[in-house]
Design a protein. Sequence first.
Length: 182
Amino acid sequence: MDYKQIIKRIREPKSALFIPILILAVVLIASVALQKGGFSEIDKTYWIRVNEGEAIPTTMNSSMYSVRKIESKDLGVISTIVAISDRAIKSGFKQGDMNFYGNVVDGKIIGFVHYIGTHGNCSISLYSPMEITLPEEQFIEGDTTLAGSDLVPQIDIESCRVFPREYWPKRNFTLIQVEFSE
């Protein structure tokens, strides 16, 4: 095919639609490849969450800490509860529930964490903004923590009304990798 034939084919209606779709597919594949690159080290790993101010455990206490499995799903990241603590059961979580979901953006998991609980006569089940910083390089042996933050939903216990997000305080937490098998 010479230059004139290529130009003629590009101007055909079928080819005119094909080229943007091809470009979109290449961009999508590149995006997924870059996203997975910063995430591959923690894919299919197990973690417990320790809120700011809580002591970091030296042994696994299943009554205090639920175990979460972090995995890549489709174009995002999802964390599900694989072993549930007593305090999570009291909040209303069940084994297999989603803990958080998000996307890898600039070395962070940006998404939402699931809150379930009871405050007074009010029951809540909602998603709050969350961010977890991924390691810039490979984990150093023994360094298996991730720093994160989320917003704590605030509720008027008289009316069970959830206050707007600008009133939710930020809370820091640490995810600690644990050995676990399902």
